[in-house]
Ligand binder design. Structure first.
Ligand SMILES: NC(=O)c1ccc[n+]([C@@H]2O[C@H](COP(=O)([O-])OP(=O)(O)OC[C@H]3O[C@@H](n4cnc5c(N)ncnc54)[C@H](O)[C@@H]3O)[C@@H](O)[C@H]2O)c1
Length: 423
């Protein structure tokens, strides 16, 4: 893993300085303007992590990497599953206070910030309790299992003034930031379609310890409706955030279909989904996700009348790429009226077609640790004591439209944003 501290310095230099449209990502402005991190004991940010499973451990690694450089302390951990509870104790060398019940962790007065990486259905009540306990909160995406819970989290965030940063790391990824910059400055022209997909070919199951079938729902919570919306909340939410960000707007409606056509193994969530989100200007965001073919993998394609981005691939393609030498020669020859004399495909002319155009890289910086940077932005905002502008709203709109997409598939209706979900 990169040193997040190093990556952050490079990131600020290469991304923020020189950007023409910082308004597209105001959450970085605060990072850029920030003076040196205060190393005084009084300024130490004390963090508690709730949910130390797969993602929680990843976040913990990232936080441990900046403990010294950013004057933070992993003061407490909490998990109600023994193996992951023990793992977090091991990772923090027994220095952090350890809890099975998150409420006891929230009772610790001098913990400033909470990182939540529990299953989806456990986000809302923990985040709301944390904000009400005067803590700043980083919560993994998606925000919540239900729209009502998502809105309750938003209300608590606004009412308490506490930070509620949602874990969409693409907001801190250099290729996305540069692409957004290019979109805003007109490089690919008028964006009239966005396509995204996330294709896998596996059952998405995690092994359940032998002889403990009662742990199935706890470990494979992603596959059960009570806890998750499967592909939508786990995968699509990231790409819906990107689509809204590209359009600098939320969708206005969504239609979709979903079902289980392959993994008929007792799961309750769809194993394939296909949706169309529409924006006010008529742009369509066409989305699909499946779990029985991985050939096309994962991508977000931004289609403008002057060019195309493939964001995951870090590629951009002009609609009018530089003419290959052979084509130029042919055009010149036609203009000189000697076309008839040129043996097409012969020695004097090398046929090259647009299909061979490989595009260009959006950025040369592949090695940025965006999860690390997102946590650094969180720590910075905790130190400043206030939310980073615009960041919560990105997570909120992504979460809301993720769940509205699920609703569209379940009800087979075109769904619009209900008045009560507007913020
Ligand atoms: N941003 C990303 O790219 C990304 C990637 C993976 C997962 N995630 C998100 O992270 C979250 C966790 O996913 P995961 O894969 O780590 O799941 P996981 O099942 O591996 O870990 C969840 C942990 O939370 C614990 N837990 C459950 N209820 C709890 C409670 N009330 N109190 C304390 N601990 C509790 C579980 O015991 C488990 O250890 C999900 O919201 C997921 O969407 C985000």
């Amino acid at each position: 893993m990169n040193s997040p501290y190093k990556s952050r310095r490079a990131f600020i230099k290469k991304t923020i300085i020189g950007s023409t449209v910082l308004m597209s990502y105001p959450w970085l402005e605060a990072l850029a303007n920030e003076s040196a991190i205060s190393m005084s004991a009084a300024n130490k940010v004390r963090v508690g992590i709730i949910g130390t499973g797969s993602r929680g451990q990843g976040l913990l690694y990232n936080l441990l990497a900046i403990e010294t450089s950013h004057n933070i302390e992993i003061a407490a951990i909490c998990d109600n599953y023994e193996p992951n509870y023990q793992k977090a104790i091991e990772l923090t060398h027994g220095k952090a206070k350890a809890f099975y019940d998150y409420r006891e962790l929230l009772d610790i007065k001098d913990i400033d910030a909470i990182v939540i990486a529990t299953p989806l259905h456990q986000h809302a009540h923990i985040a709301i309790d944390a904000m009400n306990a005067d803590k700043q909160v980083f919560c993994e995406k998606s925000m919540a299992r239900t729209l009502a819970d998502t809105k309750r989290m938003a209300n608590t965030h606004y009412e308490t003034g506490k930070i509620l940063q949602i874990g969409h790391q693409r907001l801190f990824d250099k290729k996305y930031l540069d692409a957004i910059d290019y979109v805003r400055s007109g490089k690919i022209g008028n964006v009239t379609q966005i396509r995204a997909y996330w294709h896998r070919n596996n059952d998405w199951r995690r092994p359940v310890p032998e002889g403990k079938p009662e742990l199935e729902r706890k470990i494979n919570w992603r596959l059960y409706k009570e806890y998750s919306c499967g592909l939508m909340t786990e995968l699509a939410s990231h790409q819906i955030q990107v689509a809204n960000w590209v359009k600098d707007a939320q969708a206005v409606s969504v239609i979709g279909v979903g079902g289980i056509n392959y993994w008929k193994d007792g799961r309750e969530v769809y194993d394939n989904v296909a949706l169309i989100y529409s924006y006010a200007d008529g742009t369509q965001f066409i989305y699909d996700s499946m779990t029985s073919n991985r050939f096309y993998g994962l991508e977000e394609q931004i289609l403008g009348d002057k060019g195309t981005f493939e964001l995951e691939q870090n590629k951009m393609y002009s609609e009018n790429p530089p003419q290959p030498a052979g084509i130029l020669q042919l055009v010149n020859n036609i203009e000189k009226n000697i076309f008839e004399k040129i043996p097409i495909g012969g020695a004097t002319w090398i046929p090259e077609t647009a299909l061979e155009y490989k595009g260009e890289y959006i950025t040369g910086d592949f090695d940025v640790n965006e999860t690390g940077i997102s946590l650094e932005v969180f720590v910075d905002s905790v130190r400043r004591g206030k939310p980073t502008p615009g960041l919560f709203e990105q997570g909120y709109h992504a979460s809301v439209w993720t769940l509205l997409g699920q609703q569209a598939m379940e009800t087979q209706q075109k769904i619009y944003l209900p008045e009560e979900l507007k913020i």
